[in-house]
Ligand binder design. Structure first.
Ligand code: ADE
Ligand code: ZN
Length: 332
């Protein structure tokens, strides 16, 4: 089954590009940009990746991103991720980026988006990997900062398909960003949001109602509200679930307790994703393997995650048909 999973066509819908910064590249960029890291070695960095909740991860993750200064840095980061996609047979990916993590340090929005976008275009041409780009607002920052970020995105509407909401969920409910999301929707952006990762199921309700999201990032705490689960099933509202992330951040103590396979078997449109693979111990194949290890599945069930992700993706019907055919070919 390992070979089947490795070669299975995959579609990733929940991936923070800043979360793909491997310690090796962190050191390389620090040297290139003449910065001193608070770590003496690569193994010291990896040893620091012991998290007890979302915030303990975010603190180290924002610190790591400080080595990204120039357009070439954002290109190199994204290209390295896309090469990993090729290894895992990821055929389409929808990438999050956090402009505010960089603009607060004086890096221009254009530098960030242009570097990432250049790598995504190269991958489409050279690796046959298609993509979309989603800009996230940091929810621990205020509404005004999110409005400013949305204004910066106006020159890049050709590159950005949607807006999302990430960072610390507790204490920063969806309601805080209702007005920014309303404007983003009016401007033609699709909307998604992290909800029900550390926060309660009510955050999922609120994000659906107030932010008009078309899919829920994480959403695993929906299980605490049976009516909500029925609603997600009925309306085919997708969840972008990140199994290894959920274990690393103690959303579930063990993979055997994770609800993803149960939700899939109930008919919910759940997908498997890697979130911040450089920090959580694995890319797409690793996530599939970890879930399968704890909850053995048939090959049809494993492929269902790809079919769900194709359905949930932000691409044309024609592109979806093509990806479905590629997956079907692999199965037959
Ligand atoms: N930013 C990067 N990864 C995240 C996660 N898992 N939850 C919230 N914000 C994030
Ligand atoms: Zn995430």
């Amino acid at each position: 089954m390992k070979e089947f999973i490795q070669s299975l066509p995959k579609v990733e819908l929940h991936l923070h590009i800043e979360g793909t910064l491997e310690p090796e590249l962190m050191f390389k960029l620090a040297e290139r940009n003449k910065l001193t890291l608070p770590f003496a070695s690569i193994s010291e960095v990896r040893n620091a990746y012991n998290f007890h909740n979302l915030q303990s991860f975010l603190d180290i993750y924002y610190q790591g991103a400080e080595v990204l200064l120039h357009e070439q840095d954002f290109f190199d980061l994204t290209w390295a991720y896309l090469l990993r996609c090729r290894e895992d047979n990821v055929i389409h990916t929808e990438v999050f980026f956090d402009p505010q993590t960089h603009t607060v340090r004086g890096i221009s929005f254009d530098v960030v988006v242009n570097g990432i976008h250049r790598a995504l275009c190269k991958a489409e041409k050279e690796l046959n990997i298609t993509s979309q780009l989603i800009m996230c607002f940091l929810r621990h920052l205020d509404e005004e900062a999110a409005f400013e970020t949305l204004a910066s995105a106006q020159h890049h509407k050709d590159k950005i398909i949607g807006v999302g909401l990430d960072s610390s969920e507790l204490g920063h409910p969806p309601e805080k960003f209702e007005r920014v999301f309303k404007l983003a929707l009016e401007q033609g952006f699709l909307t998604v949001a992290h909800a029900g990762e550390e926060g309660p199921a009510s955050n999922i309700h609120e994000a659906l109602e107030l932010l008009k999201i078309t899919r829920v990032d994480h959403g695993v705490r929906c299980s605490e509200d049976e009516m909500l689960v029925e609603h997600l099933i009925d309306k085919r509202i997708p969840l972008t679930v990140c199994p290894l992330s959920n274990i690393k951040l103690k959303v579930f103590q063990e993979m055997s307790e994770h609800n993803i396979v149960n939700l899939m078997r109930k008919g919910l449109c759940v997908t498997i994703n890697s979130d911040d693979p450089a920090y959580f111990g694995g890319y797409m194949t690793d996530n599939f393997l970890a879930v399968h290890d704890a909850h053995p599945m048939t090959s049809a069930e494993l492929a269902q995650f790809t079919f769900n992700a194709i359905e949930a993706s932000f691409i044309s019907e024609q592109a979806k048909t093509k990806l479905r055919a590629m997956t079907q070919d692999y199965l037959s």
